[in-house]
Design a protein around this ligand. Sequence first.
Ligand SMILES: [Zn+2]
Length: 555
Amino acid sequence: MRPDPLLRLVLAAASLAASPLSAQQAASRDVPSKTGGSRPGIDVLQYTFRVEFPATGAPDTVRLVSTARVLRTAAVTALSLDLVAAMQVDSVQVNARAARFTRPGDSVRVELPAGSGDTLVVGVFHHGAPSDGLVIRRDASGWTAFGDNFPDRARQWLAVVDHPSDKALVDWDVLAPSTHRVIANGALVEETPESGPAATRRTRTRWRTMRPIYPSVMVIGVAPFAVLELGDTACGLGELPGCVRQSVWAAPSQRAVLPGHFARAGDIVAFFSQLVGPFPYEKLAHVSTSTRWGGMENAAAIFYDEKLFRGTGPGEGLIAHETAHQWFGDAVTEREWPHVWLSEGFATYFAALWTEHAQGDSAFRDERVQMRDRVLSAPITMQKAVIDESLTDVRKVLNSNVYQKAGFALHMLRLEIGDAAFFGGIRAYYAAHRHGNAMTSDLQAQFERAAGRPLDWFFAQWMRRPGFAEVTASWRWDAASTRLMVTVAQGARFAPYRLSLAVDVTDAAGATQRARVVVPAATSSTVTVPVMLDSAPAQVIFDADASIMGTVRSR
Ligand SMILES: [Zn+2]
């Protein structure tokens, strides 16, 4: 997702309060996270969520049945599902028979019959007025309801294993007034009006996913939508046969701004499909919603802040960011929250790659400068590493480290190993983990295989340490040997970095060439620039391509 501007201020304030240097001792490998979540011995295969709204009036109460089909891999005798205490549980069934349950904290603990290596169907019948997770709003035209689960708010209205490591198929079965339509993950199965008088008629709408997803991105949207079909896009570029069907779902009053930048939605999906791998889902809907985020990458149904539709609609950068998440975050999901950069860093960098593709090098460079400025001015850069193993509160999982710093690091890695190895590594990583989970070490292994060399030093300095490079560079022309020498000093605040520094050399005739030098991880070093010159250069500029995460000064 991408936060709205107000939230950015909140995040910046929160990061000021964090303790300094607490991540300095970060481990060099992936370690178990402190955010909990996994249920040993249980793997949820599929959820069916039945959601029933009243026939008339704004819904004060929603009735739900959360059914989980689970594989029991060990002899566990209870299943604990996350569900907030405010939701009233009426009954629980296991394999269609009444089962005993308790409600410790924000969970439902269901007793299971003895057994192991079997499949169980656990149904939780519950109701209530969700205060979060499913956000119900009254407005001039009636009411709307939108799921908004990230990061751990699915449990506010659904009984689930609310953690990214347990992905499952989802069936949505929603009964809502026929004045409204329902959008959700997956493919549309049916939209059937019930019989009865029009004033109180309800429609049953079912959506079904063919690919497993994680609870943060399992949503429905219920509203009196106007639907604009964008038609068949990215034909032959999806996992499913045919084309990727895209559409925009907005309030009827927002029709005037459509299609807006969604006119490029087909090109964006085609671009990422060719770069990474086939589009992973059944369709892609873009939805105007009440989400607290600027945009939220719910699988196959991206939710955008409806306020954006009051202006010119969501921008191309936001659409590209949320669309990139369909591959990174949704199809390949971080197994543990401290590795959320595998979602946000990728979405940030792939949106910048769309800029490079659509607008060229100069716009791409401008975007990198913005990313860098953001990181250099954020207090959390000094306090925490991109991979923050000390994270305990998942509501604090998002900051400029996991967006801009991680996205920028991907660009540095691309320069380090070259386009062929970089995009080859990305494609191999995606293919190995799509519709599953991954950790940073999985990505590193794919890049190392593609590049044919160890990259532990790269991930250690950029992902597992706070800080940034502080470079002061100077040059000297050695007339006797006709060599251009560069001396680099690195600041003492952070341990020195190994860097690839661009050196733009303009000769006496006014011609400029770019060379790259490898700067070792040392406080001071002198390297020879690989350029052919007859005489002293007229000008030397360092890091003109804005490709070092840090400050670069000339002396
Ligand atoms: Zn995002």
